[in-house]
Every structure is written in C-alpha cells, then in structure tokens.
Design a protein around this ligand. Structure first.
Ligand SMILES: [Zn+2]
Length: 270
C-alpha cells in the first residue's frame, strides 16, 4: 500500500447491491491496493424482486437471501466487513428520528475511517431509503468530525458527469452532477459486472451488469445512438478536466466542501 491510498473506507448504503452498482469497481480496486473497505447496509431489501432466471424466491425469505448475496459479493470484491442493519425495505423514513443516524455514528466511531462514501441529496434514484441514508449518514459524519476535529477525513457522495445525468433526464442535486473524483476502474470493472450478476435475486443488478458490459466492451460512443456526435464533442471539451472514456466511477467531495462546482478538475484518487 502506498501512502496515497486511504487506509479505511466506509460506505453507507440503503439496499444490498447499492454499494456494488455505484462503487463495485472502486471497492475491488482499493481493496487490491490495500485499503480496508467496510460497508454498512441499512435495509435487507425485502421488497425487491423475487429472483431472476430460474431462481424463484418467497417474499418472506427474500431479506435473508439478499443479505447472504451481499456477504458473498462483498467477499468477492475484497471488502473487509459488512454491517447489515436489517431494516425493512422502504422502511427507513418510518424509523424514529436519530435511530439510523445513531447507528451510523457508532459504526463511524468503531471504524475511524479516512473516507466515507454515501448517496447524495437525491439518493441517485430518488428512492426514499436512499435519501434517508444520505441524511442519516451525512448527519452522523458531521457529528463524528465534531468529536474528532483533528482527524483527516473526507466525505464523498456518489456522482455522475452532468452531461450524462442530463442525457438520461435524471433528477439529481448539483453535487450529484458535479463529480470531483473519477476512479478509473479499467482493471476491476469486470469484477463489478461479475459481482452484479451474483445478485441473482435482483433484476436491476442484472440490467446494470448488462449495461456496463455493453458500454465498455464495444465502442463507447455507439451507446449514445443519435446523440453520439453531440456526446463526442462534449467529451472533447471535457478531456481538459480529466474526463475519459475508460470505465469510471464518479464521486463528489462533500467534505471538506468544494468552493465552486463549475470547472472542477477531476482527481484520479480520493
Ligand atoms: Zn437501493
């Protein structure tokens, strides 16, 4: 491990598979580089799909099935530990105030991470569990740095390039459309695809795996159809800011906060 790698990275997400669809390549990359990765997942995803392919599950067994899937996936990706809080899917906004935040805070204190990653304000997809995870993780983070003012720690939100969010008509906050870190996952994106396929219970995971494979196996720009030429010209302009067509996962640095969001030069490391 070089001194550049964060020693400990802690991820707060809502459902088993959120961590892999948003950061699977990064988890695999940094665990290989020697970082210790900890994942905390708030719900057991028990309202999700009941299997894909020939796998058919009963509703009452889905929660524990998905938690097991997540353990196997995160072992494959090289994470050190997963904390599964086991709340009901779509149940986080029903929790008593501070319950989730307090649990996140205790985990932060136990781990003492160098980097924390969670959803941004709109939770990427607007899912209420994602938004609740964002709120509780962010509040817990700021409580944590109050009691550990000297700790050199950073908070990141999952993010994507603005042109991409607009192309897909996604309802995201400015922070979620303003990445400041681009982790090149050229060496590990195939692990991400494998990991997503290991979430056999979930159709979304299978779809994202297929999408990733299509985008990065062929000519990147062909995926944009009629918008191809427009996307190529946007990319040409953004090269200067560190954008590339390599497989990449993007993050926005929320703390220490960035002064301005425009014209951010992407860092290749956290
Ligand atoms: Zn989710």
């Amino acid at each position: 491990m070089t001194s550049k790698q964060p020693k400990k990275i802690l991820l707060f997400f809502a459902h088993p598979d959120d961590e892999t669809s948003s950061c699977g390549g990064t988890i695999s990359k940094y665990s290989r580089l020697g970082s210790e990765i900890f994942v905390c997942t708030a719900t057991n995803g028990n309202k999700g799909d009941l299997g894909t392919g020939d796998l058919v599950l009963k509703r009452e067994e889905l929660g524990s099935f998905r938690e097991n899937e997540e353990k196997v996936v995160l072992k494959f990706l090289g994470a050190k530990k997963v904390y599964q809080l086991g709340y009901d899917d779509q149940g986080l906004e029903l929790l008593t105030e501070f319950v989730l935040e307090n649990q996140f805070f205790d985990i932060l204190k136990n781990i003492n991470p160098d980097i924390v990653i969670t959803f941004g304000e709109r939770g990427y997809s607007g899912h209420t569990d994602h938004i609740e995870t964002h709120i509780s993780a962010t509040n817990a983070f700021f409580r944590y740095i109050k009691v550990n003012p000297k700790k050199n720690i950073k908070l990141f939100y999952t993010s994507m390039p603005k042109f991409f969010a607009e192309f897909r008509n996604m309802d995201l906050s400015e922070a979620e459309k303003s990445p400041s870190v681009a982790i090149d996952i050229s060496d590990t994106w195939k692990n991400k695809v494998t990991a997503l396929r290991m979430y056999r219970s979930q159709n979304d995971a299978q779809e994202i795996a297929k999408m990733f494979e299509t985008v990065y196996s062929g000519n990147y720009f062909e995926n944009f159809g009629e918008a191809k030429d427009q996307i190529i010209s946007i990319f040409e302009k953004l090269k200067h800011y560190g954008y590339s067509t390599n497989p990449t996962e993007y993050f926005h640095q929320a703390y220490p906060s960035l002064k301005k969001y425009n014209d951010i030069f992407l860092s290749k490391t956290f």
